[in-house]
Write a protein that binds this ligand. Structure first.
Ligand code: URA
Length: 433
């Protein structure tokens, strides 16, 4: 087989066979197929679509590009959560310790920032010293000792996704259901879990902007997970405004810590409690959602979840004192308010643009090798439905590069829609599958 023949086949809208998909994924993982040919295949598939059988094979090939873990040394149920990517979404930092405090082991393999969305790994690495590149042996050991372990993809686990994830980000081929499904499910099925909670985002900050597309993605992933013998619960959640109050790496880690300390107001905490409760259901430690929610809340109010996070930070080489003194997280040199230029109700936010502003100010990457400025971030004072007066601070910007301030100020103001009549935000949890 030759890659160019398979690119041609996809270009001409023909279906690839199992062997052909296997040839592409194995060849690319072994560095035998170059990025430029894989990019062409990605774009041809993106534009012309992939069938269900092709998607199923893609998941299997990506999963089997590496090892599948087994945590039989831990008697607890093993459950993970994965989000399809959003802005301000730092739920993993809260719910992994909460679930661990409720006797569910969480072997979590997360990603980095992708396109305009943030990545759990980058938020964790904002904690000085925190290592997300544990060996598999260390991963298993931390999981056993702390009940949770938070790492990035290794060369051993779904290495095909590790390479393709980066290539898709750079070739504008991320928001495509079969690729997202294969990317997420290949690494999750390799983790050695019994259950999985999927947070499928929908709205203008999500890769799937339309509800119907998000629903199809949720169904596709749930059905693949169940075929592979896992208990899967998918939530479709709103991403028409950033989640919580902060967007950026260190600032989101700070917000997650505040939540673990018991600050349970607002949409971010609400989603954390819901996702954590669903993890307890998926792990069968609770059978009723209401009691699962109460248990998750109690894990926070008792301080147990915070202590789980402390032990995980320590075990992964991080500075645990960030939990007591947030000033130990990277701090931006400058802070300035972005001032509302009219009075009214916030009726809309261009969520993806908020993510891009943080990225362009240094908080994300445009190339894989770019270094991130962990300290850059935004505090969003107004959410959809809130009233503001002209002259009120709309956003607090934390940054280092002063030369970009005027441009970012203008972009931030343009990202908000402020009107005379109020508008209710969409419900946070739109559907549970
Ligand atoms: N998260 C992933 O892990 N993969 C995607 O393709 C999108 C979000």
């Amino acid at each position: 087989m030759r890659p160019q023949d398979l690119i041609e086949k996809k270009r001409d809208r023909r279906e690839l066979t199992r062997d052909e998909i296997a040839f592409l994924i194995r060849g690319y993982t072994r560095d035998e197929i170059p990025d430029y040919q894989m990019s062409a295949w990605l774009m041809a598939s993106f534009l012309n679509g992939m069938s269900e059988p092709e998607t199923q094979v893609l998941v299997e090939e990506m999963l089997h590009s590496g090892v599948t873990l087994n945590h039989d040394h831990i008697a607890l149920p093993k459950v993970d959560k994965h989000s399809t990517g959003g802005v301000g979404d730092k739920t993993s930092l809260v719910i992994a310790p909460v679930a661990a405090a409720c006797e569910v082991a969480v072997p979590m393999i997360s990603g980095r920032a992708l396109s305009h969305t943030g990545g759990t790994l980058d938020k964790l690495e904002a904690i000085p010293g925190f290592r997300t590149n544990l060996s598999l042996e260390e991963f298993r050991d931390v999981l056993k000792r702390c009940g949770l372990a938070l790492i990035g993809q290794t060369k051993e686990i779904a290495p095909a996704d590790r390479k393709l994830y980066a290539l898709r980000d750079l070739t504008a081929t991320v928001p495509f259901r079969p690729f997202m499904c294969a990317s997420i499910m290949s690494k999750k099925m390799a983790e050695g879990i019994d259950g999985l909670v999927l947070d499928v985002k929908t709205g203008n900050g999500a890769f799937m902007r339309e509800f119907e597309d998000s629903r199809k993605l949720a169904e596709m992933m749930s059905s693949i997970g169940r075929t592979m013998g896992k208990r899967v619960i998918a939530l479709i959640t709103d991403m028409n405004q950033p989640l919580g109050r902060w967007v950026g790496n260190a600032v989101e880690t700070f917000e997650a810590i505040e939540t673990l300390k018991g600050n349970l107001d607002g949409d971010f905490a609400e989603l954390c409690l819901e996702l954590a409760a669903q993890m307890l259901i998926a792990g069968r430690v609770e059978s009723e959602l209401e009691s699962a929610r109460e248990k998750a809340r109690a894990a926070i109010t008792s301080g147990q979840a915070l202590e789980r996070f402390r032990s995980c930070i320590e075990a992964q080489g991080g500075e645990p004192r960030v939990l007591d003194d947030p000033k130990l997280l990277p701090q931006a040199g400058k802070q300035r308010a972005i001032i509302a230029n009219r009075a009214g109700f916030v009726t809309g936010v261009e969520t993806d643009e908020i993510g891009r502003i943080v990225m362009d100010w240094g908080g994300g990457r445009s190339r894989l090798e770019d270094k991130i400025d962990y300290s850059v971030g935004l505090r969003l004072h107004a959410k959809i439905g809130d009233h503001i007066n002209q002259g009120d601070p709309l956003v607090l910007a934390c940054f280092n590069d002063q030369s970009k301030f005027d441009e970012m100020n203008a972009r931030l103001l343009a990202a908000y829609r402020i009107e005379d009549s109020p508008k209710k935000p969409e419900p946070l949890i739109r559907m549970v599958i």
